[in-house]
Write a protein that binds this ligand. Structure first.
Ligand SMILES: Nc1ncnc2c1ncn2[C@@H]1O[C@H](COP(=O)(O)OP(=O)(O)O)[C@@H](O)[C@H]1O
Ligand SMILES: [Mg+2]
Length: 251
């Protein structure tokens, strides 16, 4: 175990064939490398469905819990050249471990993120492949899916702005803040997908995140009725973002 990685006792680090995995033993005591393989769940008829991101997220039933399995894939041109392989720069810099540990930290800080369960990498020469498992956020739909169905109340836009602000106040720069990575529940707004996200001192990156989300909203509502995303909606989001955070404020 790398000395730079002080882990809590419940976060287990396990060396596996060709790689390693991290998991939260309080939530998944019997976690094994097969868990990262959708076929393992399909063979037991415990595959519940999928969602699309850059790759495919698989929803599975693991006892009482529903989990989300995600294999790391590159986007765009790099996908054709490298597929799902990433250059090895040491364990702490693997996508799955970095995302898992950041998500774990945010979860412990009380931010609305999925509970991280496990992460692993498997080395392949000077490259590696990786996966992450989180707990499924029940009863949520992505902002993209919600807008395909109907316009949202202004209060929801305000809640989205407040939610983003909470992350920004902790210095979380989201590398891909788009409408697919904002999940809406009946009582809360969540952010997912902390791949390549970093904690940063205050700066213009905050506006960069918001601009990226605005572009995404324009893109996903293109061709839908105009009332699905209006200037009033965006201003409500910004109002929520700019409102004074309340101590212990719900997301
Ligand atoms: N914990 C979760 N609970 C419910 N849905 C999730 C969860 N994690 C991911 N998803 C769904 O899967 C999609 C893809 O996952 P994401 O983490 O964004 O990976 P990608 O890097 O492929 O975009 C998300 O847009 C979201 O709809
Ligand atoms: Mg995503």
């Amino acid at each position: 175990m790398n000395a730079n990685w002080p882990l809590e006792p419940l976060v287990k680090h396990l060396t596996t064939a060709g790689g390693a995995m991290l998991y939260n033993a309080a939530l998944a005591r019997n976690c094994q490398p097969q868990w990262f393989d959708p076929q393992f769940w399909a063979a037991q008829d415990r595959l519940l469905g999928t969602a699309r991101g850059r790759g495919t997220a698989h929803f599975v039933q693991a006892g009482e819990r529903e989990l989300v399995l995600r294999h790391y894939r590159r986007g765009g041109l790099a996908a054709r050249v490298y597929g799902d392989r990433y250059r090895w720069h040491g364990e702490p810099r693997t996508r799955p471990f970095a995302e898992w540990l950041l998500t774990h930290r945010l979860h412990r800080a009380g931010l609305p993120v999925p509970t991280p369960i496990a992460a692993r990498y498997v080395r392949d020469g000077s490259a590696y492949r990786g996966d992450i498992i989180t707990e499924r956020l029940h009863g949520t739909v992505s902002l993209t899916q919600a807008l395909r169905e109907a316009a949202l109340p202004l209060l929801t836009w305000i809640s989205i702005g407040r939610c983003i602000r909470r992350f920004h106040d902790l210095g979380v720069c989201h590398a891909d803040l788009n409408a697919h990575n904002v999940l809406l529940g009946s009582a809360a707004v969540y952010l997912v997908d902390f791949d390549r996200c970093r904690l940063r001192p205050d700066g213009l990156w905050r506006d960069g995140n918001l601009v990226r989300l605005r572009r995404s909203l324009e893109k996903v509502t293109f061709g839908l009725p105009a009332e699905r995303f209006t200037e009033a909606d965006w201003h409500a989001l910004l109002d929520g973002y700019q409102s004074e955070p309340q101590p212990g404020q719900a997301p």
